[in-house]
Design a protein around this ligand. Sequence first.
Ligand code: BES
Ligand code: ZN
Ligand code: ZN
Length: 509
Amino acid sequence: MKINLLKPDVKFGETFILFSYQSNAVQTTGRSSKKSTASQVLLNHPEAETHLATFVEKKAITGRALEVVTFRGLGFEGAENIAVIGLGKESELNHELFRKAAACALDALKSLQSDEGSVWFENVIENQDQAPKFIQAFTEGLQLASYEFDELKSKKSEAKEKSFHLVTKYASDADVKKSFQHGVILSETVNFSRRLGDMPGNLMTPTILAQEAQKAARGISQLKVTVWDKARIKKERMGGLLGVSTGSTQEPRFIIMEYKGGPKSQKPLCYVGKGLTFDCGGISIKPSAAMEEMKYDMCGGANVIGTMLAIAKLKLKVNVIGLIPSTENLAGPSATKPGDVHTARNGKTFEVNNTDAEGRLILSDALSYATELKPQMIVDAATLTGAMVISLGNLYTGYFTRNNEMKLKIEGAAEESGELVWHMPLHDEHVKDMKGTYADLSNISSGKGAGSSTAAAFLEQFVGEGIPWAHFDIAGTGWAVGGRLNYCSKKGASGVMIRTFVEIAKSFE
Ligand code: BES
Ligand code: ZN
Ligand code: ZN
């Protein structure tokens, strides 16, 4: 997809795209000249508004949020077609709405079988302050909505590349240009991570995942990728990662991505992602229904790779390290058995009472290693528990932190990114539930319920005292977010939290 910024003094492309909205302007009605606040449907281009007045009168255009009305061959100032995208109440405009409106604009172009659209932003961006945010959101929405995963089909889609011109008088403002570029980079990296997630287990093994990270980082300045193989993982005493990997013939990998954008002396930010390229549950095998979805069990890792790429491409002035422990969880003859005890890198021992609770085991080593790096903070992302899907479904990502400053940063970052997050409980009682009988810890809770909190409590045992840490359980939001977001495919990986993680990094600049 090609997207560019243009000033309003240009000729429109093949399809002219404008917005309708409901204004709450005070109107004077009737002879009594009483004032009413009935909403009025407005279009953001005066001549187009006159041109389409009958459609507004007939209520074919209502201004409802995300309404798409298309006119083929109607003609307007050189454009062949017109598409009107509804924005809802004028007073409720926000950047997330522009992401969704962008997906509508792409839909409109598709249904008009048109390849070029000019989107008219005059009169909806009220002031210069809104312009960067709205333009960035629209750009992200367009690119995220255009993502398709068809590389494994023998017949690829033959559709021509679409091109969009975003028309605004602020087109040459430095901060608008910068935000536009941010939108491009963010959505490209999100789409990159979505592809990693969508690839099936046989084509996205730990070895391939590591190679993809290396390939993608090539040529990006200040970004270095190091990959540890099985021998090195053993040498580094990563008993959790190693223990999970023994059930498979695929070798595990430990991926380290380092970005140096800040002063040498500045402590790094650490992102950790679960890179389980296929989880059959191991000896505690999962039921076969929907087991194929467990190719997505590396989405935490994929999204941390995406976060690192985005941070480096955006040249943020921070030092950041991304850690991705990666393995398969299979049930081969050497697989970890229920009751087996392994030792994590920080010396803590754990009984594996359910081999399907493997994410926390591979993360234990990564969090221990992150702790050794003395970071300013550690944030991890993992498709960790089915319990999270039950608690929050596919709308909100649940996060756990006992650090109030982290909580504030996360809430602020999510506000900026438009992604929905929910703070979940983590209590000393949850920690008690994870005590082992024969080893320090058990990998499953001795208590009932709260499976996501007890999993978080397990992870906490590997984070150094005093290091601000937050854990994001993306089991419900990592893929198949359904019809929740029109710019994200119903099935398939979502790339969730990359945008929020980048915002978190920005808050440390
Ligand atoms: N990868 C799964 C969690 C998962 C399940 C993510 C469904 C998305 C959808 C994880 O490794 C797992 O199997 N966890 C177990 C833990 C349990 C045995 C304590 C679970 O949640 O059932
Ligand atoms: Zn599992
Ligand atoms: Zn898993």
